[in-house]
Design a protein around this ligand. Structure first.
Ligand SMILES: [Zn+2]
Length: 343
């Protein structure tokens, strides 16, 4: 599983620039399903089985990133954000710019500490003042490297193993979900009905891909398979986030936009307990998943979200526990197997 996760993370992709992850996901899913297709906006739609009930697992493929906004005369590249970044963590990041001549390595520059006034040290840098240095000495040099306004910028780096079954890397939100649906498609053998494993586009910038894909699949139930927030680190209280990194996948009970459908809640809770899968329950004050808007698609699709908790989400050093991914896979398989009893 680690190697597949690495392949998915290494497929540089952010919202709007998703061809690499589409290809990687399609290739992996193809081995385990009856049919895979790409729709017009880039959602990867894989089908296994036929007839009712129809269950759709939706894992968004995109990751937050940056985009080239302006190139100055000295060859420094200014940028804008794509998705929900904490701007404070941007300076000194290593990045890759995807231009017309291939990928170009760069760093987000910052003023050395020696030069900062006392007041400046207390304040985080502003996005509009940040720039990328690719080693060019003029605007012409940047253009010669094939970079122009509107080019996508992705995180640099791969996946690394930490102690035990823990791993770290960027884009775990939501390569963990993509990995889970691949492994669930592989593990699902005997079941009634149809299971769709869908990689959705542009979730991070407005839950976009799920709208068309759920409309065309028209499932009886939709489960988003996403990445959640683990709160068991210094600085986050249990009352704020009670979800732990290694205590199993979580069922989102509530997020900023929606609440879980009662039938979905019953199905997930009972299936987890029947199969002795540790399950956590997440009541979130913020955030949303592809499941949040499913009730507004067609005549309304019952939905819920299963998440793999990760620490430091939306940073390039997200941390996850591969053992929990294994549990999430088992849960998805058991849910697909038991869906006919509920829907
Ligand atoms: Zn996500």
């Amino acid at each position: 599983m680690f190697d597949t996760l690495k392949k998915l993370v290494d497929a540089d992709s952010i919202s709007g620039y998703e061809e690499n992850i589409q290809e990687a996901l399609k290739k992996e899913l193809k081995k385990h399903v009856d049919e895979v297709k790409l729709d017009r906006v880039g959602n990867v739609i894989a089908r296994k089985g036929k007839g009712s009930p129809v269950v759709m697992f939706a894992a968004h493929m995109d990751e937050i990133g940056l985009i080239v906004k302006y190139i100055d005369k000295e060859g420094f590249i200014f940028f804008d954000k794509i998705g929900g970044w904490d701007e404070r963590i941007l300076p000194t990041r290593k990045v890759v710019i995807h231009g017309s001549k291939g990928s170009v390595f760069g760093v987000i520059g910052s003023k050395p500490a020696h030069l900062l006034e006392k007041e400046e040290q207390k304040k985080p840098a502003k996005l509009k003042e940040m720039f990328i240095d690719i080693g060019a000495s003029s605007e012409g040099g940047v253009k010669k490297a094939g970079i122009s306004i509107g080019d996508y910028i992705t995180n640099f780096g791969s996946v690394e193993k930490l102690l035990g079954s823990k791993v770290t890397g960027h884009g775990f939100d939501n390569r963990l979900g993509c990995l889970t649906i691949i492994e669930a498609a592989k593990g699902l053998k005997r079941f009634k009905g149809t299971a769709y494993f869908v990689g959705t586009v542009k979730e991070e910038i407005g839950l976009i891909g799920v709208r068309g894909s759920a409309f065309s699949v028209n499932p009886d139930v939709l489960l988003a398979v996403d990445t959640g927030m683990a709160g068991d680190v210094p600085g986050i209280s249990k009352a704020e986030v009670s979800i732990k990194l290694s205590e199993g996948p979580a069922l989102d009970i509530k997020d900023a936009m929606s609440v879980v459908h009662p039938k979905v809640k019953k199905w997930v809770k009972e299936t987890a307990s029947r199969n002795k899968i540790k399950l956590q329950f997440d009541v979130m004050s913020g955030g949303a998943t592809d499941a949040s808007i499913a009730p507004t698609i067609r005549e309304g699709i019952p939905s819920g979200a299963i998440t793999v908790p990760a620490r430091y989400i939306h940073t390039p050093v997200e941390v996850a526990d591969m053992k929990v991914v294994e549990s999430a896979v088992k849960l998805c398989v058991k849910l697909a197997e038991s869906a006919h009893k509920y829907f």
